[in-house]
Design a protein around this ligand. Structure first.
Ligand code: B12
Ligand code: SF4
Length: 550
């Protein structure tokens, strides 16, 4: 059976500006298919190759796959739907399959809008894809699909949308067997180091339950691989595919301190000479202050820090003095240890004003991180907070749910002004850094920072950064058209009656929680299995309703 996996061609000019990132779902799901005996699995990266619909169609006509699989996060959902529509147009006999976080929760809307999608795979894809593919190959899928766990589809007989019970999570992540050979490696270059980039998964899920976040719901239970199994994979990536840098795809890589230390030790012992980066929280850096030289020795060269203080700042300026000091300290500690420190700020919350944007910029200047990243608050339609926001979320054009477009209008500011303020912060921050990066003494770090600057400058000039193409320069002023699809902006009346009039637009937020062991209410945790120390738990429990970006 010929299986073609496609990453939809979606761009928003955020993190992607650092280079060409491989889509990890494809090697992970593709690897499990191969292990199950499906040997003809290929991957088309329409995003990195920037393929038009016509080009995708031509490739599909030439290759005539039996199954087309597409993965999508929220902003790329329409592109994903369109990609699968092309597949059905090429041949109605092609089985179309969609997976990823958005359709896991929003299958009802997706199947209503895109009835040409045969199957939606909900949640962690490896095992479900194999079960489904076996049925497709045997020609029994239509007959048996009600008993295949973790899928959604339109029942041909009734015309109704059906979602089967969720598949249990993969308890032992050491069972993962990603097939990295499906990637066309020379494409995946990380600009800061001009080397190949991989995005492997060490741990999945998160033991916390922040109300604005959906990742903990998606993965359901926190699990980590054994450090040895994980580093075996890194060894393959380095030795077979010449990967020089990897960024962990994890939500919470450092929470289990002993496992993280073991991972670093394993990397040191194998002397793989590979750099890597993570996203983590300030408190983990402070917790591990004595270990930072050890982490650096293991190749950890870039740490992107969550945004607790920035959100506090938005909500009530300088309310928690200590946290702001902690952020500053964590940045200093990382820098002192030769690790690139990146600060992340979430902007555009309800209380944002031009003054608070300026204040955030000043604070950032004071902390002086090596890099700074301003993302715009995005209300995922399946996160708990979304329900609380209720009729405030009138923009339902999910293609703009991308961290670079203000979906929510702050009380006292226009959306466009949030965007302008953020862009101004970027311009000021990086124009200053252009003078200081060349003076960095550490050769590796200097190369890294100048590479980042190059990526930033290049994508600003070609207007890919932050989707700058939407700016119209009028004299000395720039005007922005946020480009929302008007038909996807709901009125107050529509919003008030959504559940009754448009039930398909509602998320299935209960995904997989009915099964024994998965149900987690907000603020309900069982950390015993992780063996976390009391301080870590206490720290993670505070400020759960505030916006963090892990
Ligand atoms: C790496 C990464 C990127 C890379 C993407 C690389 C790529 N080509 O996919 C880059 C840096 C380019 C990127 C960009 C963006 N990203 Co990003 N990114 C991540 C990150 C850190 C890891 C994702 C990952 O690889 N996970 C590991 C894989 C194995 O998991 P997975 O993709 O979910 O796949 C599993 C299942 O979903 C399922 N599955 C997925 N697809 C399919 C398809 C089929 C057919 C099947 C059967 C199963 C299946 O099976 C897989 C294995 O179990 C996550 C944060 C996180 N910790 O998860 C954010 C995250 C996915 N990104 C996010 C966002 C919003 C963006 C941007 C819009 C932000 C921006 N403006 O920069 C852009 C959009 C892309 C673009 N081009 O503009 C959000 C998405 C939230 C949402 N609700 O949709 C996340 C969750 C971050 C967050 N905290 O909110 N991102
Ligand atoms: S925001 Fe971070 S800490 Fe909170 S639930 Fe999501 S992944 Fe976990």
């Amino acid at each position: 059976m010929k299986i073609l996996m496609i990453q939809p061609n979606y761009h928003s000019g955020g993190a992607e500006i650092a280079g060409n990132w491989p889509a990890s779902w494809a090697p992970y799901v593709g690897g499990s298919l191969k292990k199950a005996g499906f040997n003809n699995v290929r991957f088309l990266d329409a995003m990195v190759d920037d393929l038009s619909h016509e080009e995708i169609e031509a490739i599909l006509r030439k290759n005539q796959p039996d199954v087309v699989m597409v993965g999508a996060i929220t902003p790329m959902i329409y592109k994903a739907q369109e990609t699968l529509e092309i597949a059905k147009k090429v041949s109605p006999s092609i089985v179309t399959m969609l997976g990823g976080v958005h359709s896991t929760f929003m299958y009802s809307q997706v199947l209503t809008e895109a009835p040409w999608i045969d199957y939606i795979v909900r949640g962690e894809g490896e095992e479900i894809a194999v079960n489904l593919m076996k049925a497709i190959e045997a020609g029994t899928d239509k007959k048996d699909r009600h008993s295949i766990k973790g899928i959604a589809f339109i029942d041909n007989e009734t015309g109704k949308i059906v979602a089967t019970p969720a598949q249990p999570v993969i308890e032992n992540l050491d069972d993962l067997s990603p097939d990295w050979s499906i990637l066309d490696w020379p494409k995946y270059i990380y600009i800061p180091l001009n080397t190949r980039l991989a995005v492997p998964n060490f741990a999945r899920g998160c033991p916390f339950t922040c109300t604005f976040c959906s990742q903990w719901k998606f993965w359901r239970r926190y699990r980590a691989r054994s450090p040895k199994h994980f580093v075996d994979e890194i060894e393959i990536l380095v030795k077979e595919y010449k990967v020089g840098f990897f960024i962990l795809a994890d939500e919470e890589p450092t929470i289990n301190k002993s496992k993280f230390i073991a991972l670093c030790q394993e990397l040191i012992d194998r002397n793989l000479n590979v750099g890597w980066g993570i996203n983590t929280r300030v408190t983990d850096i402070l917790r591990d202050v004595d270990l930072l030289p050890f982490y650096r020795k293991a190749g950890l060269v870039h740490v992107s820090l969550g945004t607790e203080a920035a959100s506090q700042l938005n909500l009530s300026i300088f309310r928690k003095e200590t946290t702001i000091e902690e952020n500053k300290l964590a940045i200093k500690l990382l820098k002192d240890n030769g690790i690139v420190a990146e600060a992340q700020f979430v902007m555009g919350l309800d209380h944002e004003t031009p003054e608070s944007i300026e204040e955030t910029y000043r604070l950032c200047s004071d902390w002086d991180p090596d890099m700074a990243n301003w993302t715009i608050y995005t209300p995922w339609p399946f996160a708990e907070l979304f329900e609380e926001l209720g009729d405030k979320v009138e923009v339902r054009d999910y293609s703009k749910y991308n961290f670079v477009t203000p979906i929510m209008k702050p009380q006292n500011m226009e959306r466009e002004d949030v965007l302008k303020g953020v862009l101004k912060s970027y311009a000021r921050f990086y124009s200053k850094k252009a003078f200081t990066y060349p003076l960095i003494k550490d050769k590796y770090k200097r190369k890294y920072m100048l590479g980042c600057l190059k990526a930033f400058a290049k994508t600003t000039l070609n207007k890919r950064f932050y989707d700058l193409e939407r700016a119209q320069v009028k004299g000395l002023r720039a005007e922005f058209d946020l480009g929302f699809d008007e038909s996807r902006i709901l009125t107050k009346e529509e919003l008030a009656n959504l559940k009754e009039t448009r039930p398909e637009l509602m998320a299935d937020t209960g995904f997989g929680s009915e099964e024994e062991g998965y149900s987690r209410e907000h603020n309900e945790h069982d950390f015993t299995e992780l063996g976390l120390d009391e301080d870590t738990v206490k720290d993670r429990m505070k400020g759960q309703d505030e916006v963090r970006n892990c």
